[in-house]
Ligand binder design. Structure first.
Ligand code: HEM
Ligand SMILES: *[C@@H]1O[C@H](CO)[C@@H](O)[C@H](O)[C@H]1NC(C)=O
Ligand SMILES: *[C@@H]1O[C@H](CO)[C@@H](O)[C@H](O)[C@H]1NC(C)=O
Ligand SMILES: *[C@@H]1O[C@H](CO)[C@@H](O)[C@H](O)[C@H]1NC(C)=O
Ligand SMILES: *[C@@H]1O[C@H](CO)[C@@H](O)[C@H](O)[C@H]1NC(C)=O
Ligand SMILES: *[C@@H]1O[C@H](CO)[C@@H](O)[C@H](O)[C@H]1NC(C)=O
Ligand SMILES: *[C@@H]1O[C@H](CO)[C@@H](O)[C@H](O)[C@H]1NC(C)=O
Ligand SMILES: *[C@@H]1O[C@H](CO)[C@@H](O)[C@H](O)[C@H]1NC(C)=O
Ligand SMILES: *[C@@H]1O[C@H](CO)[C@@H](O)[C@H](O)[C@H]1NC(C)=O
Ligand SMILES: *[C@@H]1O[C@H](CO)[C@@H](O)[C@H](O)[C@H]1NC(C)=O
Length: 331
């Protein structure tokens, strides 16, 4: 027989444990700033709308920052920290250096938010809000952004080197990097659809144009007229910093043409084309679905963005709300 005092202390400790767990596993939600900064998303959107006037590429650059943030230690704005005595910046990691852009616009957004509601909106939430605003302003879907992330006190440059997918990787490697952060094959295909806007530098795909994988020939999956176009943008001995549109058909709008490009052998990066050209891959049917049905793509994309935005956020009293996205407070 269990005594009543044993039973009641069991119940009490169960309640305490449940409370503790519910605190440590605080969920993000869409209303987090409703009372403390009701205009947060409007402010983010208006700064981006302004920035797009002089740089049509900026929305693409901003959503990529959220992706590169979330894949390294979770969505905690670690990517925004500059080098300092204690910080080895993720900005200098291989996938980010001479590549990620938009940090100045993040700072403008932060300044605007600090003017309206000082000390309230995290830099990690700014990246999530900026991603949604960028997509919807360029013709893509809207979704309700989950909020309540806090900002990290550290960065992880080695993690950025090893966890962010590379355009030279094959589909098994890409799939395992997504899987490592809880994202599945549908997320991989849907989120790759972000390559419907923005640019990529020749150095990140020129290996496909002249001597692919040591064959002395171009990548056989490349459409031949597209190959000619790309060879003009990226001459064999030209600058690796020249850029091409990720989506040759509608370069600055967010739509599903990325997927019909893949069907035509017009994916820019090796990692793009592999989604359609890897024989027997489960990604092929998803490419076909998204190519034929923009609504299906938009729904999946929004769902996968929410999933990516939920990767290991800092919540509750973990981390901090940075007052300058580039620095840990007080440093
Ligand atoms: C599947 C794995 C992925 C790989 C291998 C990959 C790789 C790349 C590369 C190499 C570039 C060009 C960078 C440069 O030239 O500086 C790029 C650009 C871009 N990526 Fe990805 N990416 C992947 C997934 C994603 C995801 C999940 C998103 C967002 C949800 C995303 C959004 C973008 C955007 C919008 C650009 C253009 C950025 C700009 O114009 O500044 N990518 N990506
Ligand atoms: C949103 O999350 C915060 C922090 O966890 C919490 O205080 C708030 O009650 C939540 N709001 C809703 C509607 O769940
Ligand atoms: C929110 O934005 C609206 C329209 O831009 C403005 O009229 C209102 O004053 C703002 N509210 C706050 C609390 O900043
Ligand atoms: C970055 O770009 C600069 C000039 O464009 C170049 O000197 C430098 O070597 C590049 N760094 C890397 C790591 O590519
Ligand atoms: C990450 O990669 C960059 C460039 O490839 C390199 O300079 C840097 O030392 C690496 N950092 C770590 C911590 O491994
Ligand atoms: C793919 O992953 C394997 C195993 O982790 C690794 O050895 C290989 O270098 C990766 N390929 C590329 C192109 O990064
Ligand atoms: C991808 O590369 C890894 C190692 O680099 C290899 O083991 C694997 O078989 C390759 N997968 C495909 C689908 O080519
Ligand atoms: C590259 O070449 C190796 C060896 O010839 C081969 O096993 C591999 O499948 C090739 N990779 C691609 C993407 O064609
Ligand atoms: C090459 O692209 C064109 C569209 O620009 C398309 O009509 C053609 O079918 C493509 N060729 C192949 C082999 O996919
Ligand atoms: C397109 O996808 C949506 C969402 O999944 C679905 O409801 C709709 O039936 C699809 N349309 C067609 C024509 O298949």
């Amino acid at each position: 027989m269990i005594s009543s005092s044993t039973a009641s202390s069991f119940i009490l400790s169960t309640i305490l444990l449940t409370l503790l767990l519910s605190q440590t596993k605080a969920q993000l939600n869409a209303t987090f700033y409703d009372s403390t900064c009701p205009n947060a998303s409007t402010i983010v959107r208006s700064v981006i709308q302004q920035a797009l006037q002089s740089d049509i590429r900026i929305g693409a650059s901003l959503i990529r920052l959220h992706f590169h943030d979330c894949f390294v230690n979770g969505c905690d704005a670690s990517i925004l920290l500059d080098n300092s005595a204690n910080i080895q910046s993720e900005k200098d990691a291989g996938p980010n250096t001479n590549s990620t852009r938009g940090f100045d616009i993040v700072d403008n957004i932060k300044t605007a938010l600090e003017n309206s509601c000082p000390g309230i909106v995290s830099c990690a939430d700014i990246l999530a809000l900026a991603a949604e605003a960028s997509v919807s302003l360029q013709g893509g879907p809207s979704w309700s952004v989950l909020l309540g992330r806090r900002d990290s006190l550290t960065a992880n440059q080695a993690g950025a080197n090893s966890s962010i997918p590379s355009p030279f990787e094959n589909l098994s490697n890409l799939t395992s990097k997504f899987s490592a952060v809880g994202l599945d094959t549908t997320d991989l295909v849907a989120l790759s659809g972000a390559h419907t806007f923005g640019r990529a530098q020749c150095r990140l795909f020129v290996n496909r144009l002249y001597n692919f994988n040591g064959t002395g020939n171009p990548d056989p999956t490349l459409n031949s007229s597209y190959l000619t176009t790309l060879q003009q943008i990226c001459p064999q001995s030209g600058s690796g910093f020249n850029v091409a549109n990720l989506d040759l058909t509608t370069s600055d709008s967010f739509d599903n043409n990325y997927f019909s490009n893949l069907q035509n052998g017009q994916g820019l990066l090796q990692s793009d084309q592999e989604l359609f050209s890897t024989s027997g891959a489960p990604t092929i049917s998803l490419v076909n679905t998204f190519s034929g049905n923009q609504t299906a793509f938009f729904q999946s994309f929004a769902q996968s963005m929410i999933k990516m935005g939920n990767i290991s956020p800092l919540t509750g009293s973990n981390g901090e709300i940075r007052s300058d996205c580039k620095k840990v407070n007080g440093s």
